[in-house]
Design a protein around this ligand. Sequence first.
Ligand code: 5AD
Ligand code: SF4
Length: 439
Amino acid sequence: MIDKLIYMETFGCQMNVNDSERIITMLGDLGYAATNEPSAADMILLNTCSVRGGAEEKVYKRLQNLKIYKRDGKSQIIGVGGCVAQQEGEELLKKFPFLDLVFGTHNLHLLPDMVRGAEQGERRSETAFIDNEQRLDLFPSIKGKSRLSRFVTVMQGCDNFCSYCIVPYVRGREISRRSSDILTEVSQLADEGVREIVLLGQNVNSYGLKVDSEPTFAELIRQVAEVQGIERIRFTTSHPKDMSDDLIACFSDVTKLCGQIHLPAQSGSDAVLQRMKRVYNRESYLEKVRKLKAVRPGIVFTGDIIVGFPGETDEDFEKTLSLIEEVRYIDLFTFVYSPRPGTKAAEFPEEMTRSQKMARLDRLMALQKQINLEICNEYIGGLQSVMVEGEGKLPGQISGKADNGRIVNFSGKKNLIGSFVDVRIAKAYPNSLLGELPK
Ligand code: 5AD
Ligand code: SF4
């Protein structure tokens, strides 16, 4: 029976968004339903991110603000999960006396028990890593939301230890899920009406590499493509070092695999890439981009770039700009470097001022804005196959995604929701396209 409300705020990456959905599913069994109103909630949970310093401070501020909802006489529960929880552990309980629960990235399965305890006034922190086979059975699936597109986690954690990144410390060792479990979940989702699967992992294309009995990521994609009812496959986030020829070939012969890829370069300079411990260089990255463009004409790239990495010279930065011009990303996620505790790069001396970093960021963003505009304008007049997912922003509009991942809004009847339609593009915006049904 649903008789309690949970308000959940999620920071950071898609992993966290996915974990939040799983938490809501799990706590549904304890009688909790989601609400958007913190003041009405019986429980408030923050699912946090610590990839960049700013994100972490945001969590601390938010926690202080949430304190006001902890009213006398009402046993409202407040909890923190995700990467900040993993990093800080019990310290959070000490720092914030009104906090009841702290749960790490490997401990979601303990949450129902922790919540039951908190309902009785217990305060508890659980942040132990589970780096053994048992973890494979702790991937609870997400139920109860009928949607056309769903994420399916295929691996968790990261073993790459890029020198700037905290993820391997807060998400733990890389582990690949059993392909049989993945395929069962995909089939169930297809039966529920899901048409698009987004395969999810911190380093998704290293899937299966460390387990002889499991397929490679390329083979897994081919197996998912066999599942009846699934029409589209995407994946995120991929590491350039694991962009194998076999995976590149999937973009040529697996027609269900969409023509869109998130392939973070981080920098265009070999010297910086080496200090970042990215294990590829500019040329090998660009070679993969060229191959992908050759096998899938029109493929759309998105990426991540860090500016102001310790020791990044003007020349290094110019190389990043020229890489961006060569790849021509449709969207770029740009980050100003921030040192993270415990990482290798946190020991590197930083010479650049904040304003120097910001000046570089501005140049990068200006260049990207121009490239985005040029690419999007090229869509005008052409047809895009749109998977219609819901109503659009304006009355009378419906909305969906093109194969390349762009959101397309257009005037149309609601009964088209759930189907694939060819839409002619009339206008381009930075983040979406405006289309019309061909007459
Ligand atoms: N500083 C700035 N950006 C970072 N990222 C990861 N760690 C840091 C850091 N310390 C960025 C990378 C990564 C994205 C998710 O966040 O670009 O791909
Ligand atoms: Fe972080 Fe590098 Fe792993 Fe990505 S691949 S999560 S940037 S360590």
